[in-house]
Design a protein around this ligand. Structure first.
Ligand code: GNR
Ligand code: NI
Length: 177
């Protein structure tokens, strides 16, 4: 297993539309294992392949208390959306930012599991929010896209500054003035 690097907003790779997986393979299962390790280490309750620079439609989630209910979905699709719910969201690709987002309260999901078996199920609460957040990543969408332009711009500036400072701290040559 391996820890993967999580891309941070506004990295343009977070805007790539991920491609469906033709068949769940041993490589897919390796990606899932690495994504789960990365998600638990972060720690987070979900992770999309887009966030680790892989343009394939794979997500992992675990919304359990004890981090012992990992789920992986390949080519996930939302078949039905019902009701509305506001929840405070965060994102490993937008560190330190937490904002309310409105999403469907209940969803019906179709996907392949890590064995390539077709699954279909209903989700609500945190699981429904998390799955919608992860599928958005596969479509190049981030939770900050639901905020006002002003808020998003502030968040982008803050993260750009943090990434610049991190780059300087990690020993990059100072620009000659
Ligand atoms: O760890 C995460 N927590 C979270 C909280 C509320 C709504 C969505 C999430 S997903 C996030 C991990 C992440 O960035 N997944 O893409
Ligand atoms: Ni996220």
């Amino acid at each position: 297993m391996a820890l993967l690097t999580v891309l941070h907003y506004p990295d343009p790779r977070l805007r790539i539309q991920a491609k469906p997986i033709a068949a769940v393979s041993v490589e897919t299962r390796r990606l899932i294992a690495d994504m789960l390790e990365t998600m638990y280490a972060a720690p987070g309750i979900g992770l999309a392949a887009t966030q680790v620079g892989v343009d394939q439609r794979v997500i992992v989630v675990d919304v359990s208390e004890n981090n012992d209910e990992s789920r992986a979905f390949v080519n996930p699709e939302i078949l039905v959306r019902d009701g509305k719910e506001k929840m405070q969201e965060g994102c490993l690709s937008v560190p330190g930012v937490f904002e309310e987002v409105e999403r469907a309260e209940h969803i019906r999901v179709r996907a392949l599991d890590r064995d390539g078996k077709r699954v279909e199920f209903d989700a609500d609460g945190l699981l429904a929010v998390c799955i919608q957040h992860e599928i958005d990543h596969l479509d190049g969408k981030l939770f900050v896209d639901y905020l006002s332009e002003l808020k998003r711009r502030r968040i982008r500036k803050k993260l750009e500054r943090e990434q610049r400072e991190e780059h300087e701290r990690s020993g990059a040559a100072a620009p000659a003035i």
